[in-house]
Design a binder for this molecule. Sequence first.
Ligand code: C2E
Ligand code: MG
Ligand code: MG
Length: 734
Amino acid sequence: MEHMKTPLPNLNLGNVDFPVRTPRLDQPQGRKYYRLLVVDDDQRHRESLRDLISLAGFQAAMAGSGHDALEMLNQEHYDLMLLDLRMPEIDGHQILDHIKSHGLDTGVIIVSGEPSWDEATRTLRRGADDFIRKPYAPDEVIAAIENSLKKRRLEQENRRIQEQLRMSEKLHRFIVNNSPDLIYILDQNGHFRFLNQRVESLLGHNKKDLLNKHYSELLFDADQKDLLHMFDERRTGERATRNLELRLKRKVGESENGPEYVPITMELSSMGVYSHLEGKEKQFIGTYGVARDITERKKAEDMINFQAYHDLLTGLPNRALFKDRLGLAIRQAARDKTRLAVMFLDLDRFKLVNDTLGHTCGDLLLQSVANRIQSTIRKVDTLSRIGGDEFTLLLPKINHEKDAALIADKIVAALKPPFLIEEHELYVRASIGIALYPEHGSEIDTLIKRADMAMYEVKSKGRDGYVFYSDQLDTKYANRLYMESSMRRALSEDQFVVHYQPMVRLDDGSPTSLEALIRWNHPEKGMVDPGEFIACAEENGMIIPIGRWVLKQVLSDLSKWRQQGLPFGTVAVNISASQLEHPEFLNMLVELLETYKVPGSCLELEITENVIMKDMEAAVAQLKKLARYGVKFAIDDFGTGYSSLSYLKSLPINTLKMDQSFVDEITEDIEEESIVSAIAAMARGLHLKLVAEGVEKEIQANYLRSIGCDQAQGFLYSTPMDFSRTTSYLSSNR
Ligand code: C2E
Ligand code: MG
Ligand code: MG
């Protein structure tokens, strides 16, 4: 800070010698204090004068010549001298001159036999206090002494007060001029009457140039209108001290166009000054004020503000600022009767980058994504990052829906080329939801929420691109939210149960394995089938904790049957795509197997063809890892998907489960060359076990047996059963 550097001026307050208060003359001990000197070359006169003085209580020394007198004056201080005029060699006049020229603080009363009036006035003019003619009356002498000393005392007192005033003024001036703040006084017309030195270092203005100028001299033209009013109100207002933040002109140089200024932010507190003349009404006479440089504080505040309203990673506005801008844009659009668009943008597979390549990589990716999006939008548009991989975009002044669509297309295209981050080539895709004002809402939160819903719609369809909000999404979304929370509750309140349905050999009807099927024992709806909630759980991500719960429950049941020595073969568990994709799936499963001490070979995981097709390479890798633990795999609902035979060979698969729709086609008049028989032939060719799903009729079983299908599952043999019924089923088949 600048004021810290200001050197201390030489104040030297300690050097001032304030004489001790002189004692009063009406007290005997007071008189003793004064030192008097009687100067006369006539010894008789001298001594009688001394006696007279001593009698009155004063102390007096004596000098018999002008010489002696000067000598004594040089050595000591005398308050008062009784001086004879006529003396040889050095006379009274010369002594008077000496006192005057040496600035001695010694009063002089002339005691002389000379009757000349002229001479008397001459000595008085030379500095004598009084003139007494010899012969004198004693009272006259004492009165003259007292007068002279009294006068001296008053003079000294006066000098002391003057000196004190001078010092205090010097002190205040020092304090005022060295204040880190600008201190000023304005008269009633707003003209500077006083400015401290600080104005020069702080504002770069010459103090003299500003004195008597109007304070508006320090304001920028642009600020004048607003400030003059505010300032005047504070300046003259009755409301005592008021604070005001304003910009003043700081002179930084001189160019051919005149002085150059930069703004300096000051905080000003001012106080009206009023005259309080007795009997008169109080009157505004000016303003006293202090202005403080708050540039540094402002900078700090700006920094804090920036942090409060920006995402520090990308430097983009954050949610709070976005909402603020959206609010403004909505008001503007309402006024201008125009439209605006809010986009909600989510990066697909960003989490994967973060999880597998680390946060540094993820951060760099986010920055690059932000840059690419920023480069596709207009200056008036606001891009903000509101969370992990979520961005929002405000497009004010949209004429048409298709303008928003165009920008969404541009963003999708801009993100298509791979990002090169730390030598990794990364592909990200964006799901964009769009909500328009006024069609889709006129409130900040509604627009953001609806853009979010639309984004989710893009996501749930498993593709990148954009979707505009529509009313149907609202119900879908509301339902989704409701489902999520009720599924959470179902998990924590143990509302889920696992039922088991046996699979049997077609030749002798003996059970080979069980399929675990989840049910939701809903407190209001009763037993709910998975068809009503699994798809939803996959959409909102609840399938991860639910799927884990199923595996845990199955392994727990399994370990009980194992302990009882019940033959259950293997237990098949249905696995959704997102479960298999989850990076923790393998660890989770292995941990559970260890916990329940169940070998992996007791488990068969049922996955659909689509799971494999979605990301072949990843799926194959994952299956192979799991296969190392003995875990087996079945392709569920086989025949409904798009799997190709060629890669079925490369997968560690044991079983094909022919979808129920094929079984349903088995009627009395089924041809020999049916799709069902083709599937059976294929399974045989691939050396895979074939299980027919949903076998309800004997005729289906007969036909399946005839074409060489190994096993069947269906109501014909058993419906899914709860744990205890399954346990008795297993023991009866022992
Ligand atoms: P899925 O894996 O194909 O299971 C067979 C479905 O057919 C079961 O329906 C079963 O009850 C039913 N079913 C069995 N025999 C017959 C029959 O003779 N006739 C008819 N009409 N249906 C029969 P459910 O239990 O409602 O399960 C439906 C689907 O839900 C399952 O199809 C499976 O894809 C999924 N699912 C069930 N449990 C789970 C689970 O724990 N996790 C996951 N991710 N999905 C599950
Ligand atoms: Mg299944
Ligand atoms: Mg099935």
